[in-house]
Design a protein around this ligand. Structure first.
Ligand code: UTP
Length: 298
């Protein structure tokens, strides 16, 4: 069956960005001038996804508004002859994918957020895309997972090697064997293991291709780490009755879910943005020289 649907969970509290996220969704934090969630929706579109469900919560109205028309703004841009900005604004409403929204009443965990998508997904394979991870590669990562699914008809989770001391921040796989380059048979999936107990350094990154059987498992899933319904635990259970593979991502991953990663990503994107790249580059070179001089003096 063709993969047509994606779920973007966006109901988390975003505590790592407080106070910015007290009244504003972290998914709307911009990388220079584009909210992070727009990058995710664009990746879905480029991957051939037709229908997207965004799972939101309290204080998340602006996500819906961002993808809706803004007639007052558009009229004003038209009147003042700002044609490029008008085109840009309108293009967000005409992305060429269908967006649907539902709410997760309590942030009870990623697994619980995905369970909210059950009737939207029905009996089809679907993608899960987390807003914390922005990926760049020639073929979008979601499309890479779809290509794997088209051959295996099995759930496939994107992974990447991370520094060993960081494994406790991630879901981690216990690999069995590599059945073809970049495709791993998995023995088990563990959510945020202790560094000395981690079965490998392959971390689950924010893209999943799942078969619909995950929903029945999620419906009975007991809270796991942090008292939350963990998607990783449900995937581990599913792996006992049907094959679940890990796909090794070789492109670039930007973790925008923490402050440092967010700043680095903003700088890198700013260095490619036509309006900022030259001045930003000059500024960074000047700043680098000053920092070097200061570190030599200390
Ligand atoms: P995170 O734990 O990274 O996001 O969840 P968070 O909770 O928003 O952020 P911090 O850790 O407090 O700073 C991963 C993804 O799962 C979603 C989040 O929105 C994020 O995209 N999520 C998490 C939900 O939709 N519902 C939840 O109950 C938990």
């Amino acid at each position: 069956m063709k993969v047509r649907k994606a779920v973007i969970p966006a109901a988390g509290l975003g505590t790592r960005f407080l106070p910015a996220t007290k009244a504003m969704p972290k998914e709307m934090l911009p990388i220079v001038d584009k909210p992070t969630i727009q990058f995710i929706v664009e990746e879905a579109k480029k991957s051939g996804i037709e229908d997207i469900l965004i799972v939101t919560g309290k204080n998340k109205r602006s996500i819906e508004d961002h993808f809706d028309a803004n007639p007052e703004l558009e009229q004003d841009l038209e009147k003042t002859g700002k044609k490029e900005l008008l085109k840009l604004t309108e293009s967000i409403t005409n992305l060429g994918v269908n967006l649907y929204f539902t709410r997760q009443p309590h942030p009870a965990g990623l697994g619980d957020a995905i369970l909210r998508a059950r009737s939207f997904v029905g009996d089809e394979p679907f993608a899960v895309m987390l807003g914390d991870d922005l990926m760049t590669d020639k073929v979008p990562l979601t499309k890479q997972l779809i290509n794997r699914y088209d051959k295996t008809h099995a759930s496939t989770i994107a992974v990447m090697p991370v520094p060993h001391e960081e494994v406790s921040k991630y879901g981690v796989i216990e690999p069995a064997d590599e059945i073809e380059p970049g495709l791993i048979n998995v023995k088990s999936f563990v959510e945020k293991p202790a560094v000395d107990k981690a079965p490998s350094d392959y971390a689950i990154i924010g893209r999943y291709l799942l078969t619909p059987e995950i929903f029945e498992i999620l419906a009975h899933q007991k809270p796991g780490r942090g008292g939350e319904i963990q998607l990783t635990d449900a995937i581990d259970t599913m792996n006992k009755t049907q094959r679940v593979f890990a796909h090794v991502f070789k492109g670039e991953r930007h973790d925008v879910g923490n402050k440092e990663g967010y700043l680095e990503t903003s700088i890198e994107y700013g260095l490619t943005h036509p309006e900022t790249k030259d001045e930003l580059r000059n500024y960074i070179i000047k700043l680098g020289r000053e920092l070097e001089k200061n570190s030599k003096q200390n």
